[in-house]
Design a protein around this ligand. Structure first.
Ligand code: ADP
Ligand code: MG
Length: 272
């Protein structure tokens, strides 16, 4: 704990400090090289951006442009070759593996294209898993997981196994699991990639609601413009760099949701 405090103090005053920024995510000059024998892939070639709290960012770009690599880095699943990263004011570069795992558990929920639910495990138990790993007592675990399933409209499916649920329902279970620990940041890599457009709209409806009602910050990779249009900001990657970074003034609304009352305030300026 003392080590952690010292590191955080260092982060606040050191050369990578961003004391003036209240952003949830601050990325400075990320590069990522994958070395394969005597061949190196420069997957990211200098990416810098800030993402404010409660922003909803869509990440787009051609296949191979570095989107998933970027998501892995901001998800603390991998480390950059060079560059700095602060999440919620914590300098990730200074953390050891255990501390990074703690950040992942407390601050970040993940949703993937393939749902990644445990097959022989009910919807409710799938949602409970992260709480079980975190040592939350059985009863509290159950209550919080039931509430999370209710929030994604699946209370009546709690006892179903994944193969007894539609693709859209499985993805909603995955969203409940991603957010049950109270993480402020949700990272989603092609979450609607396996879903038809009506089901995609339902899943996006859940994400838009989590963003607007709970202030969850969302970073979502998609190759579909239709999906990106739900976001408040669209960042396009090309060849391992950010090509464009723009606010989305005409956000698409999920079926049945009222128009946006006010355009969300973007607290930070992107540095593309
Ligand atoms: P995207 O998600 O935009 O399709 P990726 O981030 O997956 O792009 O990949 C960016 C580049 O890095 C690609 O050229 C890809 O082949 C390469 N790459 C991604 N992951 C690895 C890896 N683990 N090892 C080697 N090369 C990789
Ligand atoms: Mg990818």
């Amino acid at each position: 704990m003392v080590a952690r405090e010292r590191r955080e103090a260092g982060a606040a005053s050191g050369p990578t400090a961003v004391a003036s920024s209240d952003a949830l995510i601050v990325v400075r000059n990320f590069t990522k090289d994958y070395v394969m024998g005597d061949f190196t892939v420069n997957a990211l070639r200098g990416v810098s951006l800030e993402i404010g709290r409660a922003e909803f960012v869509a990440v787009m770009g051609p296949s191979g442009s570095g989107k998933s690599t970027f998501m892995h880095l901001i998800g603390c699943l991998d480390r950059p070759t060079t560059g700095d990263y602060l999440i919620d004011g914590v300098n990730v570069a200074s953390l050891d593996a255990d501390e990074r795992a703690e950040i992942r558990n407390n601050k970040i929920g993940f949703v993937f294209q393939g749902f990644n639910l445990l097959a022989r495990t009910s919807a409710l138990e799938n949602v409970e898993l992260p709480l079980a790993y975190a040592g939350v007592p059985t009863r509290e675990r159950r209550e919080r997981s039931e509430a999370a399933l209710e929030a994604v409209g699946l209370s009546d499916r709690a006892g179903h196994l994944p193969n007894q649920l539609s693709g859209g329902q499985q993805q909603r279970v995955a969203i409940a699991r991603a957010l049950v620990s109270g993480a402020p940041l949700l990272l989603a890599d092609e979450p609607t990639g396996n879903l038809d457009s009506k089901t995609s709209d339902e899943v996006m409806g859940i994400l838009v609601r989590m963003n607007e009602e709970r202030g969850i910050t969302i970073v979502l990779v998609t190759h579909e413009m239709d999906i990106a249009e739900y976001a408040s900001r669209v960042v396009v990657f090309r060849d391992g760099k950010i090509e464009t970074d723009r606010l989305n003034q005409n956000r698409r609304r999920p079926a049945g949701m009222p128009p946006v009352a006010a355009v969300p305030v973007v607290q930070t300026k992107a540095r593309a």
